[in-house]
Design a protein around this ligand. Structure first.
Ligand code: AMP
Ligand code: SF4
Length: 454
């Protein structure tokens, strides 16, 4: 996952982008950056870590110009290094060009091999660079056509922002895996992964970039081109379960309302008798509120989360992840001692978090634990931009629900059903990608990683 944000036609473009990136920081914390254009030159600042660590005040003053794009990265393809930080800029026949990408390409490996055979030299190991090479090599005349030409060769998930000397161009893959929305701030346009970033700078939501659409911002207006007639949608349902911020609208719907419905649906499917409902903060809070409301059992704060460390899952190394879980959550014994509780989490990936949290709850004196998960069991890896591990590491791909229950040490364990999940969104099953739950991949996964496919 990654977050992208851009501002067209505003003298404060870089500062607004900086604020926007703060709002989408939950989508990636490994590296980030902003590139602005003053019409002739690009100005850039990229760095490792979170936005607050990357930018000093003077850096923003140096990012001149009325157009800017920014990125926060969470690596799914390519290694963790400054070299892979985005936006990624090049010079080509039409001038300067930078890209910010959220998603994951499925055929980047084979395209890269072909491009290298033809003489292309790659600077990074990220899949996004392939798109830049394809644009630079395209024989089409104008930049919008070159981008459409390049995108017709790539498969997979992409929400993209391009910065040119005097334009910003947004594009979304034909299936619409990842969100991308447009806002208006007086005479400026704002493009963002999530609407929460529009709210923060006072921009009004206009609409989403449609799947298969390129929108070019120039001459103070937006110009739309359809580059794909694909009618099949594959919105990532995990955005509603875990990734997007609950104060955002994603795929045209409130994440908060849907996440709450997930909890309500879960309560209907798997009721339990308990004194309190507690959540694994913060990602399961809203589902737990829904479950508590439906069950008529009070919601209590059972864990205090330490907000001063990053998301543990995002750290790529196992030792760091284990350490992270211990310092991230602390149980509140006063709420828990001698009580029967329903513990709500949004998902179980490897099972390591649940196992540790449950140990902590028992240590704090909890009498009975009903564990409820507001998503179905994750059985297959994601190839479209969410960093789920290989099948061998996914606990639900290798153990039954009963075996997982025993492994994590709870009295009862229930997941939300796939049908219940879709029902809670109020949308159609055909609108979604559900591949990590049902093995139905809308786009052929990358060849090299195919061994992970179910
Ligand atoms: P695990 O210990 O691997 O089972 O991790 C499960 C926890 O990670 C859950 O509490 C989720 O909130 C969170 N989680 C689920 N998917 C992701 C993801 N793709 N990236 C980061 N965290 C995740
Ligand atoms: Fe989202 Fe799962 Fe599909 Fe990946 S496989 S895009 S996480 S629904």
């Amino acid at each position: 996952m990654c977050g992208i944000f851009g501002v067209y036609n505003n003298t404060e473009s870089a500062k607004l982008t900086y604020l926007g990136l703060y709002a989408v920081q939950h989508r990636g914390q490994e590296s980030g950056g902003i590139i602005s254009s003053d019409g002739k030159k690009f100005h850039s600042k990229l760095g490792m870590g979170q936005i607050s660590e990357i930018f000093a005040k003077d850096d923003l003053n140096g990012l001149k110009g009325s157009n800017a794009i920014g990125h926060v990265r969470y690596s799914t393809a390519g290694s963790t290094s400054l070299l892979n930080a985005q936006p990624l800029a090049i010079k080509f026949i039409k001038g300067n060009l930078a890209i910010a990408h959220n998603g994951n390409l499925c055929n980047a490996g084979s395209l890269k091999e072909k491009l290298e055979e033809e003489g292309s030299i790659f600077q990074t190991s990220s899949d996004s660079e392939v798109i830049l090479h394809l644009i630079a090599k395209s024989k089409k005349k104008n930049i919008e056509e070159k981008i459409a030409d390049a995108l017709s060769n790539v498969t997979g998930a992409y929400s993209l922002l391009f910065l040119l000397d005097n334009k910003i161009i947004a594009a979304r893959d034909p299936y619409g895996f990842r969100p991308l929305c447009i806002g208006k701030l007086k005479n400026s346009f704002v493009i963002s992964s999530e609407t929460c970033a529009l709210d923060i700078i006072g921009a009004q939501y206009v609409r989403d970039v449609e799947p298969g659409e390129i929108i070019s911002f120039y001459n103070k207006k937006m110009h739309s081109i359809k580059f794909s007639q694909n009618k099949k949608r594959a919105f990532c349902i995990f955005e509603y379960i875990y990734f997007a911020r609950p104060d955002s609208k994603v795929f045209g719907k409130s994440v908060y309302s849907i996440r709450k419905n997930l909890g309500k649906q879960l309560a209907k499917e798997s009721p339990a008798d308990a004194d309190y409902v507690i959540s694994v903060p913060d990602s399961a809070n809203v589902a737990a509120v829904g479950l508590a409301e439906q069950s008529k059992i009070p919601y209590q704060i059972g864990f205090i989360r330490n907000h001063y460390i990053g998301r543990t899952f995002i750290e790529p190394k196992q030792e760091i992840r284990d350490f992270g879980a211990k310092i991230k959550y602390n149980p509140v014994p006063e709420t828990l001692k001698g009580k029967k509780i329903i513990l709500v989490d949004d998902s179980i990936v490897r099972g390591t978090t649940s196992r540790k949290l449950i140990r902590m709850l028992k240590h704090a004196g909890v009498k009975k634990i009903h564990h409820r998960i507001s998503s179905p069991p994750i059985k297959c890896p994601c190839f479209y931009g969410i960093d789920t591990p290989q099948k061998t590491e996914l606990i639900a791909a290798n153990k039954s629900v009963e075996e997982i229950r025993k492994y994590i040490g709870v009295d009862t364990l229930s997941y939300l059903s796939i049908d219940g999940l879709v029902k809670a969104t109020g949308m159609k099953k055909e609108d979604f990608c559900l591949a990590c739950f049902n093995n139905d991949y809308p786009v052929e996964p990358p060849k090299k990683k195919n061994n992970g496919k179910c």
